[in-house]
Design a protein around this ligand. Structure first.
Ligand code: KG4
Ligand code: ZN
Length: 336
């Protein structure tokens, strides 16, 4: 089954053709980094306009690369939630147009579900059930994936997402957008023991996260140094901060493994590209005999191939929309 997938939830315009949920026939991503960089972050209005300008060409390129005509497709899948509403609307309406014109089923895909599904492409034998740590710019979740379309959230952030905490800290250190990725590069080789950060605990939950205290403490540290005219070693600071963020993520995830007895762990979302998180998880999982599944680096950030992968399983479970499909800015991963 060949699915054309469209993704436009944030600042990447992407289209892909995926076969049977696991094989990429083509995948095109047009990044908007250069459009948002001067503002230090994503400007929603600019993002929507960029999507509208690019989505046609990106989709044509994906179809050309897959060497397919529209009548050779079996469905159109599109990210409809969660994300920036203006951005989502561009993709949803574009997908509706293709579905209508080519008489194809329209499959709505939840963005975080698709991040998890990036792993079905990277690891063709991976099947639920498993535990997933989903860490992106807007979300930090520990999820029990019971089946391809059945999810239970076991832990979530009470304030900032891990990606947001990394982005804001990177910005305070003077790094350009996208902060998390640049912080990862800048901190390579830094001493992670040089600075100590608080280990936030969340009242009443072993699995929920809180990153706002960590974020505030690094910003305060930078401000204090500036006021005193001191220069901090940013490489060491970045390394220590990333280590602290990874500590929180790993601690709660391993607790969730202990509680659920799951032996398979999947990591997903933009932050899953982080080199410190990947290295440390590999080591911890090795020690504890947990099978760890990391998405390949090109599938960690937003892309449409992952939407085609999840779209396949949504289609098979009967999740098909009509032309009344609307975009939704926030929606839980376990929506029904
Ligand atoms: O999944 P994603 O591409 O978009 C959302 O759905 O939010 O995630 C974006 C997040 C940003 O916070 C970005 O800084 C972070 O992923 N990110 C990273 C790295 N690459 C992207 N964070 C840490 N290390 C990286 N290498
Ligand atoms: Zn994402």
């Amino acid at each position: 089954m060949k699915i054309l997938a469209i993704e436009s939830s944030c600042d990447d315009t992407a289209a892909a053709v995926v076969e049977d949920g696991r094989k990429i026939l083509s995948s095109i991503v047009a990044s908007q980094i250069s459009d948002h960089k001067i503002y230090g972050g994503v400007v929603p209005e600019i993002a929507s306009r960029c999507h509208a300008e690019t989505i046609g060409a990106v989709t044509e390129a994906a179809m050309r690369k897959a060497a397919l005509d529209y009548d050779m497709l079996d469905a159109v899948a599109v990210t409809f939630a969660p994300g920036l509403i203006g951005s989502l609307l561009v993709g949803v309406n574009f997908a509706k147009g293709i579905a209508y014109a080519s008489n194809l089923p329209l499959v709505p895909v939840h963005h975080l579900r698709s991040h998890i599904a990036a792993n079905y492409i990277t690891h063709p034998s991976l099947q639920p059930p498993f535990l997933a740590l989903v860490v992106s710019g807007g979300h930090s979740h520990i999820v029990l994936v019971r089946d391809y379309t059945s999810f239970e959230v076991l832990g979530r952030t009470r304030d900032d997402a891990a990606g947001e905490a990394l982005d804001k800290a990177a910005r305070a250190m003077g790094l350009p957008y996208p902060g998390g990725a640049n912080l990862d590069v800048m901190a390579k080789g830094g001493d992670h023991k040089a600075f100590s950060f608080p280990h936030p605990r969340v009242d009443g939950s072993q699995l929920d996260f809180s990153f706002s205290g960590l974020k505030t403490s690094v910003i305060n540290l930078l401000h204090r140094a500036e006021q005193k005219g001191e220069t901090l070693d940013l490489r060491d600071l970045g390394a220590s901060y990333q280590w602290a963020v990874a500590d929180c993520l790993i601690q709660n995830t391993m607790k969730a493994i202990e509680i659920t007895g799951q032996k398979k762990l999947v990591i997903a979302g933009g932050v899953s590209a982080n080199s410190v998180l990947r290295d440390r998880l590999r080591r911890v999982c090795d020690r504890q005999n947990i099978d760890l599944y990391l998405p390949s680096l090109n599938l960690c950030g937003d892309n449409a191939a992952m939407v085609g992968a999840q779209g396949y399983y949504e289609y098979r479970s009967g999740n098909i929309a009509n032309l009344l499909l609307n975009a939704t800015a926030s929606l839980a991963i376990d929506y029904r």
